[in-house]
Design a protein around this ligand. Structure first.
Ligand SMILES: CC(C)(COP(=O)(O)OP(=O)(O)OC[C@H]1O[C@@H](n2cnc3c(N)ncnc32)[C@H](O)[C@@H]1OP(=O)(O)O)[C@@H](O)C(=O)NCCC(=O)NCCS
Length: 193
């Protein structure tokens, strides 16, 4: 099982060089979605930005057989008590093996232990891999009224902003203080399946 060969660890500066290639590889998935093929070559977070953000952020890397880096999760502080996931990417050849879920589980577990109350992310719910995944992990669609400016703060100076604007992206939130038990139950169920 790939989970046995998988290590989820904090990212370090040496990882920054490889993360853009992982994000580009992950985006090959968009070839499968009619009308979204243009996203395959979209801009990715560059090495210098990763290196800068890592100092202030929660960055995780998924490593296969302690050798190949196959996925990453980048999150930034969204103000007091909030964390915003900026990117979650798994290399195309390693997708659908539980790596994305393992990264997200670790992110939520770390956030809980740091007493972070809310984890936010922005995603396009029309993609088949997004809604079911995040809902099963305890996220809910937040909608603009619930969206505070402090959350948007985390998306500042994202080099991809121009290419992402105009897309139908929804904010989702996982409220760890209220929803932790539900999220953990659903996560455990998914792990057993
Ligand atoms: C989203 C992404 C990180 C998921 O990583 P992954 O390792 O493939 O995901 P997992 O194997 O852990 O699957 C988690 C759940 O996601 C959903 N999912 C993942 N890939 C899917 C696909 N191709 N089609 C439908 N659902 C999918 C499923 O609900 C899955 O749970 P299940 O296997 O129990 O049914 C990966 O697809 C990716 O890198 N996508 C391109 C970049 C992207 O869209 N990132 C998200 C930005 S918010």
């Amino acid at each position: 099982m790939i989970r046995d060969a998988l290590t989820i660890r904090a990212a370090n500066l040496a990882d920054a060089a490889i993360l853009p290639a992982i994000e580009r590889s992950a985006a090959l998935l968009f070839e499968d979605v009619a009308g979204s093929e243009a996203l395959v070559g979209r801009p990715v977070i560059d090495q210098a930005t990763h290196a800068r953000w890592m100092g202030e952020s929660a960055y995780l890397v998924a490593e296969w057989r302690q050798r190949k880096r196959v996925g990453f999760l980048a999150a930034r502080p969204g103000g007091a008590g909030a964390l915003t996931i900026i990117e979650l990417s798994v290399r195309r050849a390693f997708q659908r093996r539980g790596i994305g879920r393992a990264l997200l589980e670790r992110c939520l577990a770390d956030a809980r232990s740091r007493r972070i109350g809310e984890v936010w992310l922005q995603t396009d719910l029309t993609f088949p891999w997004d809604a079911a995944f995040y809902l099963s992990m305890g996220f809910e669609v937040a909608g603009p009224p619930a969206l505070s400016s402090r959350v948007q703060l985390a998306a500042r100076d994202d080099p991809r902003s121009a290419s992402l604007s105009g897309r139908n992206r929804e904010w989702m939130v996982c409220r760890l203080s209220q929803g932790a038990d539900d999220a953990m139950i659903q996560t455990s169920t998914a792990q057993r399946a």
